[in-house]
Write a protein that binds this ligand. Structure first.
Ligand SMILES: Cc1cc2nc3c(=O)[nH]c(=O)nc-3n(C[C@H](O)[C@H](O)[C@H](O)COP(=O)(O)OP(=O)(O)OC[C@H]3O[C@@H](n4cnc5c(N)ncnc54)[C@H](O)[C@@H]3O)c2cc1C
Length: 456
């Protein structure tokens, strides 16, 4: 057995782990980063980036199909899925190369192999023990399935869905959350018949009800079918298809079933329990500085309960590196993390939903600004709205948007929420005309009691 020591050992090179490594190295720490697969983790190889490439290809397909709405003669000849995959893979491999270069030039010791936490601040990889003054656990998450529903053949998770070399004619998507609606959106744009099954009463159930209503309306118009408030009962597959049974007795026939019911923490069989880590249903519990119950052991990313988002992992990784360096960083406000669902139309939000705000503040004030009043949205022919929530006599506590491209607007939304801005602070700020960003400005004018291009 050989031993290696460093200031910091990190187990897992996904968003949380590599961000921590890069920041710690910049702060002068010697860093060992252990990764069993590819640097970049889920986000780069099986998550954010490849799905957004597919969604962009889907947008191009829709533009070709709908050209005549804009007086442009175009039609969609078809989707060359190999071409789409090669575009997607080129984006991923370019970013991967860039990341590998950053890690290498940052002087980080990248150890390739499967690590196991063996107690203290030590991880063992293929007979070598790596001990840090501090240890960060960042082993990420996996796609969950329903007990008894085996993944394989025509029953997929997002991992397999991203590598398909054909476009299904008919798909059932189990789960109307972020991953489910994004794949539903892509497949519909690529020409498939799609049905989403969601046990909760609405699509994107983690969002404000306003967003669900707009997405459902838009999906209906796009011909994406959905069944909400219905529970899945089982699925059987044959050479020719998959039959999905629902608890209400209904049966759905499809080529594929995508299981998109959420992600579980990748923490089993890694020595975590044996080392005495405080855990809850597989998640590693931490305080607001991401410290676990074990001395000098931190956890970041999807293994920590909360929003499973890449940018949360990045920020947690940075926070831990700065905490170790004694910079006393500010804890992260989970509600201040922007959330974007990249289906068509997009959903973007930050802060509290109206229901959450009412629970916290009692009475709240809301305003909804319809994109019908926004010039750029009319030019794009997108429908949707912006809803703002503010505590009575207090700051803005929630920003919620639905419409094509609104994900790009959430940067301003998160500044407003995180700076605890009042409607009167934002209303005088000028937004360029004609942009969709202007819709956010108009919503703030309305919230401050001086609406301009707003009806009613
Ligand atoms: C389809 C899909 C779409 C998504 N889209 C978005 C999006 O648009 N925006 C967004 O913000 N988030 C998105 N996410 C979520 C995002 O990918 C995750 O929140 C993020 O990757 C979590 O980072 P992490 O570092 O915690 O874990 P991961 O990225 O999962 O990284 C963990 C790493 O640890 C490694 N590892 C695990 N165990 C060991 C071990 N024993 N030894 C060595 N290495 C190990 C793994 O190989 C992996 O590389 C999406 C996820 C999916 C699945």
């Amino acid at each position: 057995m050989t031993d290696t020591s460093a200031d910091l050992v990190i187990l897992g090179g996904g968003s949380g782990g590599y961000a921590c490594a890069l920041r710690a190295a910049k702060l002068g720490q010697s860093v060992v980063l252990i990764e069993k697969d590819k640097l970049g983790g889920t986000c780069l190889h099986r998550g954010c980036i490849p799905t957004k490439a597919l969604l962009h290809a889907a947008e191009v397909a829709d533009s070709a199909r709908e050209g005549d709405q804009f007086g442009v003669k175009s039609s969609l000849e078809g989707i060359d899925i190999n071409g789409v995959n090669s575009y997607k893979d080129t984006v991923v491999s370019g970013l991967y190369k860039g990341l590998a270069g950053l890690v290498k030039h940052g002087g980080i010791n990248l150890v390739e192999g499967t690590g196991r936490f063996v107690g203290g601040t030590t991880v063992e990889v293929n007979g070598t023990r790596y001990t840090g003054k501090n240890l960060v656990l960042a082993t990420g998450s996996y796609a969950k399935s329903i007990p008894g529903l085996e993944i394989g053949g025509r029953i997929l998770t997002s991992d397999q869905a991203l590598t398909l070399d054909f476009i299904p004619n008919k798909v059932v998507v189990l789960g109307g959350g972020v991953i489910g609606v994004e794949f539903a959106s892509v497949w519909k744009s690529f020409g498939a018949e799609v049905t989403i099954v969601e046990a909760l009463p609405r699509l994107v159930p983690a969002e404000d009800e306003f967003a669900s209503k707009h997405v459902e309306r838009a999906f209906r118009k796009r011909g994406i079918k959905f069944k909400t408030g219905v529970r899945f009962a089982g699925a059987t597959q044959s050479d020719s298809g998959v039959t999905v049974s629902l608890e209400n007795g209904e049966q759905l026939e499809a080529d594929l079933l995508l299981v998109a019911i959420g992600r579980g923490p990748s923490t089993a069989n890694l020595g975590y329990e044996e080392a005495g880590l405080n855990m809850d249903r597989g998640f590693v519990l931490t305080d607001e500085k991401l410290r676990t119950n074990l001395p000098n052991v931190f956890a970041v990313g999807d293994i920590v309960p909360g929003l499973q988002l890449a940018h949360r992992g990045f920020q947690q990784g940075i926070l831990v590196a700065e905490e170790i360096a004694g910079l006393n960083p500010r804890p992260i406000d989970e509600a201040g993390i922007p959330r974007v669902t990249y289906c068509e139309p997009e959903v973007a939000s930050v802060g509290l939903t109206e229901a959450q705000a009412k629970e916290k503040y009692g009475e709240v004030q809301t305003i909804t600004y319809d994109l019908a009043g926004n010039g750029k949205s009319q030019i794009l022919k997108t429908k949707g709205a912006i809803k703002l929530v503010k505590a009575t006599d207090g700051p803005v506590v929630g920003v919620h948007m639905v419409g094509s491209r609104v994900g790009e607007l959430i940067g301003e939304g998160q500044l407003i929420y995180n700076w605890e801005a009042y409607a009167d602070d934002v209303a005088p700020l000028i937004h360029a005309h004609p942009t969709q960003n202007e819709a956010l400005g108009e919503a703030f004018l309305a919230l401050a009691g001086k609406p301009l291009h707003a009806h009613g």
